[in-house]
Design a binder for this molecule. Structure first.
Ligand code: C5P
Length: 409
């Protein structure tokens, strides 16, 4: 799916070695459906050429405030009026200091000061997002931190920086976020803030119930739907605690500092992790928790010595984490959303589970069609009836789920 459809982004590039990543950023923004216009400082042209940026963006690149290609001679006004956001990547220490003081001595700094977004005859301030990139000494310098504080106060959105290897050979804070992360952050910026300030708890993936040190009972859940809900909740402004069973998925929007992940294996581990977060506002119980576990785990690998050897082990039922959570959190009333993966009678079984677990919303889907897949279709079941969503990719569905839940809070 293209999440930046109908968006025009003005990408400002300032003088820093991370500018070599800017063409890749342009490509990723375009891949998401955005129109990209590039403005560079003169220093930026020492790191990456305007020709490269023109080629990848498909639009003229502007550097000088005296550029005669803008017919009224006012590029600092004209260039921002039809854009949905200005993104500065990389943003150098010098450029941040200039922005924080309102200095305007070249095209990019002047257009940031004059930025305005025109829509339906109204002129509002165009959003400005910056991704700092500099040596760690420069980032930590009191003068830069003073700029940061002023920029935040002025409602300029800072994305990063990250910590890690630096071009100068040093290691520390000041690396620009990777193009993919910047692109995701921009996509998140444009999503409606339906869960601003809410604390969201999510379980995702399967659980693994060990039989012996090398074998266990599990299921085919990939965790993709739970992780998509985590991403959509973050995009909507929430803080997320993600409790993940054994999955091979990256934590979404990890750089944001608003997602905390706990990895667990068994249902009992998952239950302890869930119960430690009873103060949440919303609980999405997306995990496909194993219904049973071996009553005792063998200390050593169970050996197959003879052709006729068939191991036997007793199983016991796992606790229902969601049901227990919904019951125990009765004084605080987090909004609980259950998921049900069925192979038949999907909606009918879903309705029964809504009642049995005593929760306000249950999302039913067909297990074999969703486990491991990138697309799905789901049915939301609550007291008011059924809402069918999809087929669609899981992130689109997750955003729809967030919208539906926010309506019910
Ligand atoms: O009963 P069933 O397993 O089909 O219910 C599915 C829902 O209940 C999911 O939301 C799942 O996360 C939750 N669940 C749970 N603990 C279990 C079994 C399921 O929290 N032991």
């Amino acid at each position: 799916m293209m999440s930046l459809n109908n968006k025009t982004i003005l990408l400002g590039i300032t003088g820093g070695i991370a500018a070599y990543k800017s063409p890749e950023l342009v490509r990723q923004l375009i891949k998401q459906g955005a129109v990209v216009k590039v403005v560079m400082t003169e220093a930026a042209t020492h790191f990456v050429t305007p020709t490269t940026l023109q080629a990848v963006s498909g639009n003229p690149v502007y550097i000088s405030q005296w550029d005669a290609r803008i017919s009224n001679g006012m590029p600092h006004i004209e260039l921002s009026r039809d854009v949905d956001a200005i993104l500065i990547a990389p943003a150098s220490a010098d450029f941040m200091a200039k922005l924080s003081l309102g200095l305007a001595d070249d095209l990019l700094s002047t257009l940031c000061l004059a930025r305005g977004h025109e829509s339906n005859g109204m002129l509002t301030e165009c959003p400005l997002l910056i991704t700092p990139a500099m040596n760690r000494q420069m980032w930590e310098h009191v003068a830069t931190q003073r700029s940061v504080a002023r920029l935040v106060q002025d409602q300029i959105i800072l994305l990063g920086p990250a910590s890690g290897d630096q071009a100068c050979g040093e290691v520390g804070m000041g690396r620009m976020l990777e193009p993919a992360e910047i692109c995701e952050a921009l996509i998140a910026f444009f999503q409606p803030k339906l869960l601003q300030g809410k604390k969201v708890l999510i379980t995702a993936g399967p659980t693994y119930e060990a039989i012996d040190p090398v074998r266990g009972l599990t299921n085919r859940s990939s965790g993709k739907m739970g992780f998509a809900i985590a991403r959509a909740a973050l995009e909507a402004g929430a803080t997320v605690h993600l409790i993940a069973g054994p999955v091979s998925l990256e934590t979404p929007l990890a750089y944001s500092g608003k997602i905390f992940r706990t990895n667990v294996l068994s249902a009992l581990d998952m239950q302890s992790a869930v119960m430690a977060h009873q103060d949440c506002d919303i609980f999405f119980s997306v995990a496909a928790v194993a219904d049973w576990r071996a009553s005792q785990m063998a200390d050593q690998k169970i050996k197959k010595q003879h052709a006729t050897d068939i191991p036997s082990f007793d199983v016991v039922q796992n606790p229902d984490i969601l049901q227990g959570f919904a019951k125990n959190s009765i004084n605080h009333h987090p909004f609980c959303v259950g998921f049900a993966a069925e192979t038949e009678n999907v909606v009918e079984y879903g309705k029964k589970k809504l009642m049995a677990k005593n929760i306000p919303l249950l999302i039913a889907n067909h297990g074999p069609s969703t486990f491991g897949e990138d697309h799905n279709q789901i049915t939301l079941i609550d007291a008011a009836g059924e809402t069918h969503l999809g087929p669609a990719d899981k992130l689109s569905l997750a955003r729809d789920v967030i919208r539906e839940v926010s309506k019910r809070l």
